[in-house]
Design a protein around this ligand. Structure first.
Ligand SMILES: Cc1ncc(COP(=O)(O)O)c(C=O)c1O
Length: 386
């Protein structure tokens, strides 16, 4: 049968596979999925309802409704001091996931090298492979899970023109670590003047705790596309609204791909996202959620450190990337299964996130304080009886 060899080579989502293996454990607490636990705010829901009630049922412009693109423009100026033209520099996608697919597929030619700091969000590798690119992993586990200028320079020197794309994700899934403006400036200095395109997955940009989110697009505006959306900022994962912003020359090919694959996003979901990103209330919603995540992080990180886990300080997203204590099985996959079955807490083994993730577990704190308290108690008991 004729199956495309790149598609045939794709592995099933490893996080879901692990989740499936452990979800039949009775009374298990799940800290596995990166999914906000808040309800969508009422005024945002109402915008979707109004869209339906007013027969807003026709094809929207392929790049997204004008109202949403204007709201995205406003959001990027208001929050990050970045200005994009709503007509030529913004495309609305079906979640950041489609943004990842569109940009990688639109930019990469067969055999191009794509630099990926690891451990990394598990969807990138497969999408790069699907697009015909070769992943160049850079292990960041020895540098606080941040790509260093030296590592970037070494890759630029080693691969020359073959290195066409750098994919950065900050705040990061799985580590929660993010870059300061100074750290990004040092990376930008190396990339400036090259033909390398930066894809910056900033889906967690609204969820930073100790630092203001700063985008590399401010330093490399001509070379950077940003992926973002409302999934994490407004707890709207199921609405499936994301966006790509960047210079017109990079947005045009991504928009073409979007047009040929999805035509346009759904009108009620776009109306809701426009309300979330464009209204003063929407800004307060994000703040409320951010404050709640911060409180959870401030509880969870010291509590886990107390139990013997080493943790790089997470200042964004809603993940803790914890190094296993020295006295337990260092095979993180086996540890994860054991913790789920005997300790009744499900987390994600770090090696699922590739190089540098071995010996770690990812714990999501997109869960209530009550759940987190109970999880810490259970992990403590599990370790005490190890
Ligand atoms: C780093 C990163 N990028 C993209 C996504 C996908 O976002 P969306 O649900 O908007 O497609 C996720 C979801 O977990 C993520 O962690």
């Amino acid at each position: 049968m004729g199956v495309n060899k790149r598609v045939a080579a794709i592995q099933p989502n490893a996080i879901r596979a692990f989740d499936d293996q452990t979800s039949d454990v009775e009374d298990i607490l799940k800290l596995t999925l990166g999914e906000p636990d808040f309800s969508v705010p009422q005024h945002v829901k109402q915008a979707a309802i109004d869209s339906i009630s007013s027969d807003d049922s026709h094809y929207a412009p392929s790049k997204g409704s004008v109202a949403l693109r204007k709201a995205i423009r406003h959001f990027m100026i208001d929050r990050y001091d970045l200005s994009y033209d709503a007509e030529t520099e913004i495309v609305v996608t079906l979640g950041a996931t489609e943004g990842i697919y569109d940009t990688l597929t639109a930019f990469i030619n067969d055999g191009d090298k794509v630099l990926l700091p690891a451990p990394n969000f598990s969807m990138y590798d497969q999408t790069i492979a699907l697009a015909g690119g070769d992943v160049v992993y850079v292990d960041t586990s020895k540098s606080d899970f941040l790509l260093t200028p030296e590592q970037l320079q070494a890759a630029v020197d080693q691969y020359g023109d073959q290195l066409t794309t750098v994919l950065l994700n900050y705040p990061s899934n799985p580590t929660g670590v993010t870059y300061t403006a100074e750290q990004l400036a040092a990376l930008a200095d190396i990339l400036r003047g090259t033909d390398i395109t930066v894809i910056a997955d900033e889906i967690y940009s609204e969820l930073t705790y100790d630092v203001e989110h700063y985008s590399i697009a401010k330093l490399l505006p001509e070379q950077t596309v940003i992926l973002n959306g409302v999934s994490k900022s407004h707890a709207m994962t199921g609405y499936r609204i994301g966006f790509i912003v960047g210079p017109a020359e990079l947005i045009a090919p991504a928009a073409t791909l979007h047009q040929f694959t999805v035509t346009s996003a759904s009108n009620p979901a776009m109306a809701a996202a426009a309300e979330a990103l464009g209204s003063a209330q929407g800004k307060l919603d994000s703040k409320r959620m951010r404050d709640a995540y911060r409180e959870r992080r401030d509880y969870l990180v010291p509590a886990l450190r107390q139990l013997g886990f080493e943790i790089p300080q997470p200042n964004g997203a809603f993940y803790v990337f914890a190094k296993l204590p020295a006295n337990v099985d260092q095979d993180d996959y086996a540890f994860g299964i054991d913790l789920a079955k005997r300790g009744k807490v499900a987390v994600i083994p770090g090696s699922i996130f590739n190089i540098g993730g071995e010996g770690y577990i990812r714990i999501s704190y997109a869960a209530s304080m009550e759940t987190l308290h109970e999880a810490v108690k259970r992990i403590g008991t599990f370790l005490a009886n190890y």
